[in-house]
Design a protein around this ligand. Structure first.
Ligand code: UN1
Length: 508
């Protein structure tokens, strides 16, 4: 198996970015970016610094003052055009996602599809930013709430969804009347510049303020400046729980609003009555897909003792057949890990797990090491382990699946919930009572709870996010838009009298 050369990847990425509208010469600088496909250099780009954050926020504030006066359905028209342009550039953006994040083509295209989908959702939303009216207790009074644009939204995103997560925030923020400043992952700069360039075209065509969308490439100090800036009304951050622990308190300190999408440690409970063909397919996609690098990746299978051996065998044999390699080559299902650090974390977790009593039943080690010594293609791994030991309760951002046995359904739910994270979960069962219990108040404590599908690959129509150390934020569909607006409660008196609420008498 051969992999594309760095020269090929670099030429492809730059040409693709140019097609999306990026002025490739203007962004050159001295920070090297690499492709996980072969570990080689893709581009050398200029980074911004802390001072640029102040400038960006000032420009965004000016854009906000204009944009908040534009009627929401007209704001939606801009997002509609953005969605159309995304369709035109779907293959281009997918190529950049593959080159920079290492996603296989089908998943990279799926990520861009997710952007198109959220644009369509946001366009509909632009006519549905509903406030409520409620009966007033006073005669001749009306009580209602209205939703207004909030202000500047800061978005910090991770390498693994280098385009879609920004778009969930941005499409919704724009119809809500808010400009966006984006600090993308250091690892996926060209993808972010290309996404921004596509949106910039829609903004220009609409004659809207250019500063509705800004990107700041840079290191952690740029992110920190955005987090601490009093001009950023909402800070939406996707990344590790460790990152969230600093972001959350820092935004709270200045009474800003934060939306946190942090770590997951997602499990599937597979009961004795489950359709195992379905379960195997669902588990393999969620656990090994995206090389285990989704926040929704399945990391644990909690299987009934009656089927745990058969299920483990079937999973192990499916894992042995997974085609690993060039993510842009037809047929590949597992691309590279983002870098050597990710591989080391995987390797360390496997060692810990086997030290804690687990048995490696599939995977372990690297693939394609000889062809691309600077790239890290991990063999998706399964560890069978009898207890939920320390390492199992941690998120290892790599294709490592633990299989644990359970005896009674209540203890399976306990195991599902006995981790610090609370993003996604699923149950595979043919027993309706088990499915309902898992979905109930006594069931999974996660933000996403599924039946007979895996933990990953959520649609944009629902609210996306999780509980506990996952951070509690919700973005994307349903009523997640409310985080991007401020609510005003209004009491209007048309009675000509002044009755006070709660029957208070204050007559002078
Ligand atoms: C992420 O990994 O940060 O549900 C987001 C999913 C995708 C989004 C994942 N729709 O797997």
């Amino acid at each position: 198996m051969s992999l594309p050369s760095s020269a090929e990847l670099s030429a492809l990425a730059l040409e693709t970015a140019r097609r999306c509208g990026v002025d490739v010469d203007a962004i050159a600088g001295d920070v090297t970016t690499r492709s996980p496909i072969n570990g080689g250099q893709v581009a050398s780009l200029a980074w911004q610094g802390i001072a640029d954050v102040d400038i960006a926020v000032e420009r965004a504030e000016a854009a906000f003052r204009e944009w908040r006066r534009v009627p929401a359905p007209a704001r939606g028209a801009l997002v509609k055009r953005f969605g159309e342009l995304l369709v035109e550039h779907q293959d281009d953006l997918a190529t950049l996602v593959s080159v920079e994040a290492g996603k296989i083509t089908s998943e990279a295209r799926g990520e861009i599809q997710e952007m198109v989908d959220i644009c369509e959702f946001a366009v509909g939303l632009s006519r549905q930013l509903y406030g409520r009216t409620m009966p007033s207790e006073r005669p001749g009074h009306r009580l209602m709430e209205t939703w207004h644009p909030l202000g500047v939204v800061g978005v910090i995103s991770a390498f693994n969804f280098p385009a879609a997560v920004w778009s969930w925030n941005t499409a919704v923020a724009l119809v809500c009347g808010d400009p966006v400043i984006w600090k993308p992952s250091e690892l996926t700069p060209l993808t972010s510049l290309a996404c921004h360039a596509v949106l910039a075209q829609a903004i220009a065509e609409a004659g809207a303020p250019a500063a509705l969308s800004q990107v700041l490439l840079g290191g952690p100090e740029v992110g920190e400046a955005l987090v601490g800036h009093p001009g950023v009304a909402l800070l939406s951050a996707t990344g590790s729980t460790r990152m969230g622990r600093t972001v959350g308190p820092r935004v709270a300190e200045r009474f800003g609003r934060s939306l946190l999408e942090l770590g997951g440690n997602n499990a599937a409970v597979v009961t004795g009555s489950a359709d195992l063909d379905l379960a195997v397919r669902g588990i393999v996609f969620s656990a090994a897909g995206t090389a285990g690098q989704r926040c929704t990746t399945m990391r644990r299978v909690i299987a009934h003792t009656s089927i745990v051996d058969e299920l483990t065998d079937r999973l192990a044999s499916a894992y042995d057949r997974l085609p690993i390699g060039d993510p842009m080559a037809a047929g590949t299902l597992v691309g590279p890990l983002i870098n050597g650090r990710a591989y080391d974390a995987l390797d360390a977790a496997i060692s810990l797990a086997t030290g804690e009593g687990g048995t490696l039943v599939a995977g372990g080690g690297r693939a394609l090491e000889d062809v691309a010594p600077d790239a890290y293609y991990a063999r998706p791994s399964i560890v069978r382990i009898e207890k939920q030991t320390e390492v199992v309760t941690r998120e290892t951002f790599a294709p490592l699946l633990y299989v644990l046995p359970y005896d009674d359904f209540a203890s399976a739910i306990d195991l599902n919930n006995a981790v610090p994270q609370g993003l996604s979960s699923s149950v595979f069962t043919s027993d309706n009572a088990e499915a309902e219990l898992f979905l109930s108040a006594e069931g999974s404590d996660c933000g996403i709870v599924n039946v007979n599908i895996g933990t990953s690959g959520a649609e944009i129509g629902g609210a996306f996010g999780g509980e506990k150390e996952t951070g509690g934020g919700r973005e994307s569909g349903s009523d997640a838009w409310r985080a991007y607006m401020r609510r005003a409660t209004n009491t209007i008196n048309y009675s000509g009298e002044l009755p006070l609420a709660q029957g208070v008498d204050f007559t002078v």
